[in-house]
Write a protein that binds this ligand. Structure first.
Ligand SMILES: Cc1cc2nc3c(=O)[nH]c(=O)nc-3n(C[C@H](O)[C@H](O)[C@H](O)COP(=O)(O)OP(=O)(O)OC[C@H]3O[C@@H](n4cnc5c(N)ncnc54)[C@H](O)[C@@H]3O)c2cc1C
Length: 507
């Protein structure tokens, strides 16, 4: 029996583990925490429930695919419903307009500004859809193993056709005159922790995906999805070991052949690493194994670019607010300055934030008459700002609370807080071993994307694979699910199962 270790039960680890177990390998999944899901965790107070990290469900087919590929009907594991309008936006201190993926609503919004902007919007959609179509087959849903997988004329031509050299913001400005409309399509790069003002324009696919494939809600919150993945893995015969931190990966002649737990070596035929790539390189892959080239030694790893992080406030409230949508976004008065500060390591004076209110449509998130509110403010990662002392944290939260009160029309919010919990980048670092508390991992700059992002098959040793937000193809739940699938398929290429041992997987 070919035995595999998967390190980390985040979305990437769970996805890889299901693909591998379904294919016929025996998989042990190790997680340092007492729960599965990683950042897709849940705070459960017994009264209130909160999703710890991800909340916005996009690309629903990818959520379903890991189940259908492993031979079951996803509808038997989790329930999704579409949200529309999918987000309320607050601009310039007041409620602006709801974002809708209905063409009639969109036309009203854009024509309401000008017919040129409507025409510009349609041109943007057509252009970005073609680039998305190229990117998904040539760069997202495939892994890069050897330099020739990228440095060949066909792929280079496709890379050129992606036209990704301008920033998201510059690219949108070519289509739209209205600054407000540009902002409504630009802020989404923050979903992967990069500024729209210098992030590659290919990330304008994110608002397109919201509009063309919808924004969805998973009943019970995101953690129900992590539980569904766990259930599927166990049904297939996989083993989960919670509260089990891996101390290092072991190597013999540059072949990964086990993991160290409590000072004892456990033998495996291969290792799939879901712990954050930079953390894993610095802490779990020993220097003495001779498998780290200069570019992956501590100093260089620390010099890599890390994504913008976030602070999240989780509030259990003893009342409900009818006027809030499930997803609500408040943009700073000077959005450019706000984003610039995040990248320069300054805690914004006028923070943008996103408020998630799932109990509006899901009774399992709070008791009758109560509600649960999650407020996420983008903040610098710990490499750029690490002074989260008590006063600093308090002052920043105060800035968020005062804007929630005045702009989101929650004047009595403070009087109704029944439960409060805060996660700063330090918590994301300690809870999930995320390097520099960067909640979205390595920043997806051009030089840290596609072929240039850490590969799913590690190039400098055999039998070591990476799945997760800092590996290819990148951050965000559907993309990390894909990362798990790609890593699993790389394992299958290297360690084919003997005939009769493998189960067929849907390609
Ligand atoms: C606040 C926040 C909001 C977000 N919002 C969205 C959203 O709305 N939509 C969306 O699609 N995405 C969102 N994301 C991004 C998305 O959640 C992540 O990209 C994704 O969950 C990352 O999964 P992962 O498997 O790469 O990493 P992780 O979830 O970090 O999993 C890695 C796992 O490895 C474990 N581990 C680490 N070291 C060890 C060790 N030594 N031994 C054993 N286990 C170890 C960790 O404990 C963890 O469980 C959000 C993220 C955050 C933090």
């Amino acid at each position: 029996m070919t035995k595999l270790a998967v390190v980390g039960a985040g979305v990437g680890g769970l996805s890889a583990a299901i693909y591998l177990q379904a294919a016929g390998y025996q998989v042990d999944l190790f997680e340092k925490n007492s729960y599965i899901g990683g950042k897709m965790g849940r705070i459960d107070t017994g009264k209130y429930r909160f999703d710890v990290g991800p909340t916005i469900v996009m690309m629903p087919e990818i959520y379903r695919q890991v189940f259908s590929d492993s031979g079951v009907n996803p509808d038997d594991y989790f329930q999704m419903s579409r949200l529309n309008p999918f987000m309320d936006v607050y601009l310039a201190g007041k409620k602006d307009r709801p974002l809708s993926s209905d063409l009639v609503d969109i036309t009203k919004t854009y024509e309401g500004v000008s017919s040129q902007d409507m025409a510009g919007f349609l041109a943007y959609l057509s252009d970005i859809y073609q680039r998305y179509d190229l990117a998904k087959d040539h760069f997202i849903a495939r892994s890069f193993r050897s330099p020739w997988d990228f440095w060949n004329p066909k792929t280079l031509i496709q890379a050129f056709r992606l036209k990704t050299f301008s920033s998201s913001y510059q690219s949108l400005k070519k289509y739209l005159e209205s600054e407000d409309l540009v902002k409504l399509l630009a802020f989404q790069t923050l979903y992967i922790g990069i500024s729209p003002f210098n992030g590659p324009s290919i990330y304008n696919i994110i608002p397109m995906i919201e509009l063309l494939y919808g924004v969805w809600y998973i009943q019970g919150g995101m953690y129900s999805y992590a539980q569904a993945l766990e259930r599927r893995f166990k049904e297939l015969g996989g083993q989960i070991h919670l509260n089990t931190a891996i101390e290092s990966v072991t190597f013999t002649n540059k072949n990964a052949d086990g993991v160290m737990i409590g000072g004892v070596k456990h033998d495996y035929d291969a290792v799939v690493m879901n712990a954050d790539f930079p953390y894993a390189m610095n802490h779990l892959i020993p220097d003495k194994a001779g498998v780290k080239p200069r570019r992956y030694q501590v100093e260089k790893i620390n010099q890599m670019d890390y994504a913008i992080s976030c602070m999240v406030i989780y509030l259990g409230l003893d009342r409900q607010y009818e006027h809030l949508n499930v997803h609500n976004l408040r943009m700073a008065e000077d959005f450019f300055k706000n984003i610039d500060e995040l990248e320069k390591g300054i805690l914004p004076d006028d923070p943008s934030f996103y408020a998630y209110y799932p109990s509006k449509i899901d009774d399992s998130m709070a008791p009758n008459g109560h509600s649960s509110l999650y407020v996420l403010a983008p903040v610098p990662n710990l490499k750029d700002f690490d002074d989260w002392n008590e006063q600093q944290t308090k002052d920043f939260i105060q800035k968020v609370f005062s804007r929630l009160a005045s702009e989101l029309d929650l004047p009595d919010l403070l009087e109704h807080i029944d439960y409060q919990q805060i996660y700063t980048p330090n918590d994301f670092k300690s809870e999930f071993n995320s390097a520099y508390g960067a909640t979205f991992g390595l920043k997806p700059t051009l030089l840290q994307s596609n072929y240039f992002r850490p590969h799913n098959k590690y190039p400098y040793a055999q039998k070591l694979y990476f799945a997760g937000a800092s590996a290819h193809p990148g951050a965000g739940v559907p993309i990390v699910l894909t990362s798990g699938e790609l890593a699993a398929k790389e394992v299958m290429r290297d360690l084919p199962l003997p005939a009769g041992k493998s189960r067929s997987l849907s390609e």
